[in-house]
Design a protein around this ligand. Sequence first.
Ligand SMILES: Cc1cc2nc3c(=O)[nH]c(=O)nc-3n(C[C@H](O)[C@H](O)[C@H](O)COP(=O)(O)OP(=O)(O)OC[C@H]3O[C@@H](n4cnc5c(N)ncnc54)[C@H](O)[C@@H]3O)c2cc1C
Length: 411
Amino acid sequence: MAKARVLILGGGFGGLFTALGLSNSSDVTLLTDEDHFLFTPMLYEYLSGEVEAWHIAPKYEELLDSDVHVVVDNATAIDLNASQVTLEKGDPLKFDVLVLAVGGITNYVGVEGAEQFTIPFRKIHHADRLRSRMVDTLDHVPPDFAPQDVRRELTFAIVGAGASGCELSTKMADLLLDAMKRRALHGEPRVLVIEMGDRVVPGMGEQIREFVEEALRESRVEVHTGTRVVNVGSDSLTFEHQGVREQLKTAAVVWTGGVKMRPLIEQLDVEKTSRGLLKVKPTLQLVQHDNVFALGDIAFFPDAQPTLAGTAQLALQQAGLVADNVKSLTAGRTLDTRHFEELGEALSLGTERGAVLLSGGQAFGGALARQARFALYTSRLPTWHHRLRVGASWFFEGTAPRPLLPLGLER
Ligand SMILES: Cc1cc2nc3c(=O)[nH]c(=O)nc-3n(C[C@H](O)[C@H](O)[C@H](O)COP(=O)(O)OP(=O)(O)OC[C@H]3O[C@@H](n4cnc5c(N)ncnc54)[C@H](O)[C@@H]3O)c2cc1C
């Protein structure tokens, strides 16, 4: 396969970093439905204006050498036997080697009204929509409203108290509190995080949970564990706790309650786990298709710590292996495997704090952890050039949040 056509499907952590690893070595096409990468761990900071879109969502043309052909289109079907991917707009793309890295989609677990009325939080435009909703809601609260009326109007619910729900709720609560002070509104906003399980950040250790719980308290987020959302309406949410149902009027409900497979992957007739994840060999090749690799959120890789499943840090590490193995496959060499490590966790908790869990198990929190998170994530951004530009911007221009100003003053 001297001039093998390598098609990478998806430009997230798995796809982009595979493309970067393959640059200058093969005939590579990156097929993606957006023109930019997204560094998802900092989407919370984008919501609060601590970072800007160009920092965390650079265009592919800025990141990739011109020898990687980028096609912005939506893949609608994959035919592994015909070695072809069908596109929504353009002509089908043929491949010799296919890399599947399309990630997951929001899982609404069948809750009535959830898909229609909640705001997901996975993309730049989701964060834009949420920020606009927060501003719009604030703009409609009259300055003379009594505290209980303000609280009712400014009720925001976040479904799911995993890392995402806790990071988002503390960020939203801090932003709203700050905006209320600036607008001289009476009382406090009401931000709830609703979780079916019995504790917040269920997949994380006790040490980091303490920092998360403290941040939730300090940001005055109401935590409802052991609670199930049963229905979402255009301006309401119904939840159930110990058999008792309660309905709330809501300004917005944000859904961070889980991830599931895309129909594009569900349609593939290959070996999968009971959750629909693609089974891969230790080389990250599909079990019955040696010329097809899968990685990131859609792949089940047994030799990775369970806590790594569904994380950017796993997709990023796997991308290095896929790039090396694609080169080996096309050169006729033996393919490799690797053990993937837990690289630690860094959470953003409100606009002033963070929490960091080091790979050795030690955790620390507060303002220092917020700074450490910025430093850590500068090093994980794609390409040296982008890291330097962003690092310089954060260092010289700062990372202060952008207040929720009235609509005419927002930018
Ligand atoms: C808000 C948020 C915060 C997160 N924070 C963290 C964190 O702090 N640490 C951590 O480790 N993980 C975090 N994650 C999880 C992490 O983002 C994922 O595990 C990681 O992105 C998975 O990488 P991936 O390559 O499998 O998929 P993705 O990064 O999701 O990339 C998939 C890409 O494929 C594209 N695509 C999908 N379908 C098609 C199609 N049909 N045609 C063309 N293109 C398509 C998508 O647009 C996307 O660009 C977070 C996720 C979110 C949403």
